[in-house]
Design a protein around this ligand. Structure first.
Ligand code: ATP
Ligand code: MG
Length: 567
């Protein structure tokens, strides 16, 4: 009967009261029914009678606290409305100040609880405020942000419940991908990827990683340009063969380990990775675009076609972040971020990451704030993120957690401890009771202090909640940006230099054979005494190659290009 009262949109207060009285005696609990102008809370009592109360009786102190925590005159994005004890206050109060988005954040929660939709609605509103966004679409369900959403009963209900002025809208989107099939080709040179990230992609152990660092150092010293995997392969081949003597300068680099690296590179190439190493390298300035209409570009890295290579794509995202960190100027605190970077499936970054890698992620996260970039990590559980990084994530959106197993319960308690204390909610109980599309939210105020946590019924995204069709993706592959990166360029680099060296060495050998009789009297020629590689490097060909990245490769573990300034 009560359901009928809601569905029928019973027009008068009296009618609702009549229907309420016909509630079965066994029924208990509370419900909120809203009319356009009147809201009721119905409380069933054990004896079977019911009370009809105005819904605004939701803890007034709680609403006052939320109003104070999320002032509406501060530019920010709207997350949703306060919910408590099954009731939803019909005002979209819970907000995140734009100026605080560079203090980073965490979106966590069990599978299917609404993390991706939260990311989507945040990205939309950032774009609307003129802030460019980068996000990774691991499951292929965020691309729809490029298309206007469609209203349906659920969206309608959510908009009404949160008092949100929902309007369908599409957003400016560029698709990127590692294969070039589902977006513009994202490419990096081996040099800028750097030894640490390359070691992660190649799944190297500590010893092998340090050898790879030395190989990079060697190329740096010898001014051998590492652009694509074939360059790295050629260098390794050389060092494990003719150039073995060169290794001696770099103590600790064993020929056997170089052989392992070589095999791993060949394995990586066999997986098709040669596509995403090389030139033209993706220009990070492309992420910072603002459209003519003032909306920020949303760059969506489509990863559904490389889902089975998490190590590769998470490392690529880290490369992007490292590049931004290395190239953007210091700007201090801005009124709104220059870019917000969403790291979905963030646990993949830290899985099996070396301590050096973790330190670098911690450092980049800490320092990139002053460059105007906000970073949001999205993962199922806060424990997926090391404490040193977690401690820097000021804005928290914690979706529901499950407590099915003793381990779950332990994790629940740990998570609850990371959330500010409040008298309004029992944190542990709330975390397990949150419905889909609800979260416990604590953001930073403009003063930089965390708000109390409020359970929040999130507003619906205004773009499509679902994937792009094949035809829509095809349209995105012919944008000027996608075309810019469509064709790989293979300019002269380490491979060509070493191949030429081989050719030169053959000529030299032939010449030496001819000169043998005279040499016999005079001992070794100067040319033979110097290494073949050294001789080559003094050749005019080598000198004419501009080694823009050499000298910087090993200065930071992530191989970031320091000193290059962007806008
Ligand atoms: N803010 C929201 N507005 C409307 N619907 C929502 C919202 N949040 C969640 N939902 C609903 O919940 C479903 C699951 O949400 P979502 O895909 O964001 O979960 P998830 O936590 O990212 O899951 P997974 O861990 O599997 O990636 C959505 O398909 C949608 O129907
Ligand atoms: Mg998701």
């Amino acid at each position: 009967m009560i359901g009928a009262a809601i569905v029928d949109h019973t027009p008068s207060e009296k009618a609702i009261a009549v229907r309420v009285l016909s509630v079965p005696f066994s029924w208990s609990g509370r419900r909120v029914f809203r009319r356009a102008t009147v809201s009721f809370r119905i409380a069933a009592r054990p004896r079977g009678d019911v009370l009809l109360l105005p819904a605004c009786a939701m803890n007034d102190a709680l609403i006052a606290a939320a109003l104070a925590a999320f002032p509406t005159d501060v530019p920010g994005i709207t997350l949703g409305a306060v919910t408590h004890d099954g009731e939803i206050d019909p005002r979209p109060l819970v907000r995140l100040p734009l100026a605080m988005m560079t203090r980073h954040g965490l979106i966590a929660g069990a599978t299917g609880t609404g993390k991706t939709k939260t990311l989507q609605l945040m990205a939309e509103q950032l774009s609307a405020h003129g802030v460019p966004v980068f996000l990774a679409d691991v499951k292929g369900d965020v691309g729809g942000i490029a298309m206007a959403g469609e209203t349906n009963v659920k969206v309608d209900e959510r908009a009404k419940a949160t008092g949100y002025d929902w309007r369908a809208s599409s957003y400016p989107v560029e698709l990127l991908s590692l294969t070039g099939a589902t977006g513009g080709q994202l490419r990096a040179t081996v040099a800028s990827f750097g030894p640490l990230l390359m070691a992660k992609v190649l799944d190297l152990n500590d010893t092998q990683s340090s050898v790879l660092s030395l190989v990079f150092k060697c190329c740096d010293d010898k001014k051998l340009l590492l652009l694509d995997l074939s360059d790295l392969r050629e260098v390794l081949q050389y060092l494990s063969d003719d150039g073995a003597a060169e290794l001696k300068e770099y103590g600790g680099m064993s020929k056997a380990t170089v052989g392992v690296l070589l095999r791993n590179i060949i394995g990586l190439e066999a997986q098709g990775a040669d596509k995403f190493f090389g030139e033209p390298e993706f220009d990070l300035d492309d992420l910072l675009s603002v459209e003519r209409d003032g909306r920020g570009l949303i760059s969506v890295l489509e990863l559904s076609d490389v889902q089975d290579k998490p190590r590769l794509f998470s490392t690529f995202m880290l490369w992007m972040l490292a590049q931004l960190y290395g190239s953007l100027p210091e700007v201090g605190d801005l009124a709104k971020p220059k870019l917000v970077f969403f790291f979905d499936e963030a646990h993949l970054l830290f899985d099996e990451a070396s301590s050096a890698m973790r330190d670098e992620i911690e450092k980049v996260t800490r320092l990139i704030r002053s460059k105007g970039v906000g970073v949001f990590y999205i993962t199922q559980h806060p424990r997926d993120i090391p404490d040193t990084v977690l401690g820097q994530l000021g804005n928290r959106v914690q979706h529901a957690l499950r407590a099915y197993t003793p381990d779950d319960e332990k994790q629940l308690r740990t998570t609850a401890r990371t959330i500010p204390k409040t008298d309004f909610y029992d944190i542990e109980a709330t975390l397990t009771a949150l419905a889909t599309g609800q979260a416990l939210v604590s953001t930073l105020t403009v003063k930089g202090t965390p708000t109390l946590p409020f359970a929040c019924h999130m507003v619906p995204p205004s773009s499509r909640m679902g994937p792009l069709t094949e035809a829509e993706v095809a349209q995105k592959l012919i944008t000027p940006q996608a075309k810019k990166y469509a064709t790989a360029v293979d300019r002269e680099s380490a491979r060509e230099m070493l191949e030429k060296k081989h050719a030169d060495a053959s000529v030299a050998e032939a010449a030496a054979a001819e000169a043998e009789p005279t040499k016999a009297a005079g001992g070794k020629s100067a040319r033979e005494e110097e290494s073949a590689l050294g001789a080559f490097l003094r050749s005019p060909v080598a000198r004419t190659i501009a080694v823009t990245v050499a000298g910087t490769l090993t200065r930071t573990l992530l191989g970031t290009l320091m000193g290059k300034r962007r806008r």
